[in-house]
Design a protein around this ligand. Structure first.
Ligand code: DP6
Length: 355
């Protein structure tokens, strides 16, 4: 239940929502944040954003008045993005926000400058809070599939990949002919369609650089519009997703690993052949990738890599190899990370309502 904070007109909600890592990537969009291809990811367990909104009446405001703090401090850039997002939703989705003041405080479990993308966790936590406030205003509190679908749709409008973060385990966003219920509008859970090995799969994130990226994901998506390989890429993503869903179901690590690595390298190849071209990988990203492949060949341990739109390398492996892989990371890979920084994570249970 959300909390009444003493004064009658105040309502408070709080949600935590995780980041996610895509295996088949969303890269390229159109219209109002609609994906050019369907993607699949798993939500993480530790890398999360927690957002609290206190809503109260305020006279004479057409759009909600927003007071935003990040980890207790003013953060003008985050604040601007949040205000723009909420204002854009008010007329169509959340008219109840008119005449309200929203005090928003948000924090991440991972350092802001760790190079881990926070838009998926941030936008999903915010969207869950807004959908919850809407329900409170309507006098209902049913956190059913329709609630999460709407939260996913709203999250998508803030950041595409956030659409997948409102579900536990594996989720798909984007219409795909072989995936029943899939839609461009919002994500769906496919957590029940995966073999046990993927329910506690690990993702240790090697922080190769903690600097702000030279080209944002949003700008990267735009560059796909004129990328000569775009159409081929969208067709490839569709085929990869078909195969990956089968591998997830049957527990076929080899196929999953091959597609996942191909997807990561394709994503970065697309950046390199955009106009203008750009490179987000660092030399250390490539060194780590080569070491992972050699380790896999030598030991037969199914450990794979993926990357988001940045230089950090996600090391993916089944729980049963945790001791061997963590030793390998510690001894051979951590030296390539900023201050030996590694964020150890794994498949998580999805968002949580805290207040
Ligand atoms: C490479 O969701 O960050 O991580 O919709 O513009 O906010 P916007 O982009 P964003 O793009 C994520 C791209 C990716 C792949 C993925 O997560 O599927």
């Amino acid at each position: 239940m959300s909390k009444s904070t003493g004064r009658e007109n105040k309502t408070q909600v709080q949600w935590s929502s995780p980041s996610n890592i895509a295996l088949v990537k969303y890269w390229g969009k159109h219209g109002q944040q609609l994906p050019r291809n369907a993607s699949v990811s798993f939500t993480l367990s530790h890398a999360k954003t927690t957002t609290r909104i206190t809503m109260e009446d305020m006279e004479g405001v057409a759009y909600p008045a927003v007071d935003f703090t990040f980890e207790g401090r003013q953060q003008p850039l985050f604040a601007q993005r949040t205000v723009k997002f909420i204002n854009g939703l008010t007329d169509v989705y959340f008219p109840f926000l008119k005449g309200k003041k929203l005090t928003i405080d948000t924090q991440n479990t991972f350092p802001h400058s760790s190079g881990i993308a926070s838009s998926a966790s941030g936008m999903s936590a915010l969207s869950l809070c807004l959908c919850d406030l809407e329900m409170q205003c309507n006098g209902t509190t049913i956190y059913d599939a329709a609630f999460y679908r709407k939260a996913s749709l709203i999250a998508r409008l803030g950041s595409g990949s956030a659409a997948r973060s409102v579900f536990p385990g594996m989720s798909v966003w984007g219409y795909h002919k072989d995936i029943s219920g899939s839609s461009d509008d919002c994500g769906i859970s496919v957590a029940d369609d995966v073999a046990p090995v993927f329910k506690n799969f690990h993702d240790d994130i090697l922080i190769i650089s903690d600097k702000t990226k030279s080209v944002s994901s949003t700008a990267g998506h735009q560059l796909m519009d004129n990328n000569p390989f775009a159409q081929v890429r969208y067709e490839q993503a569709e085929k990869n997703l078909t195969q990956l869903m089968i591998a997830l179901k049957t527990g076929d690590l080899e196929i999953l690993g091959k597609i996942t690595e191909d997807e990561a390298l394709t994503l970065h190849a697309l950046m390199m052949c955009s106009n203008p071209s750009y490179i987000l990988m660092e030399p250390a990203s490539l060194e780590v990738i080569n070491k992972i492949r050699k380790f896999r060949q030598k030991t037969g341990i199914p450990v794979y890599f993926t990357l988001d739109a940045g230089p950090n390398v996600h090391v993916l492996y089944p729980h049963e190899y945790v001791a061997e892989v963590k030793k390998f990371i510690r001894e051979d890979l951590s030296q390539h990370c900023v201050n030996n920084h590694i964020v150890e994570d794994q498949v998580g249970d999805g968002p949580q309502k805290l207040v």
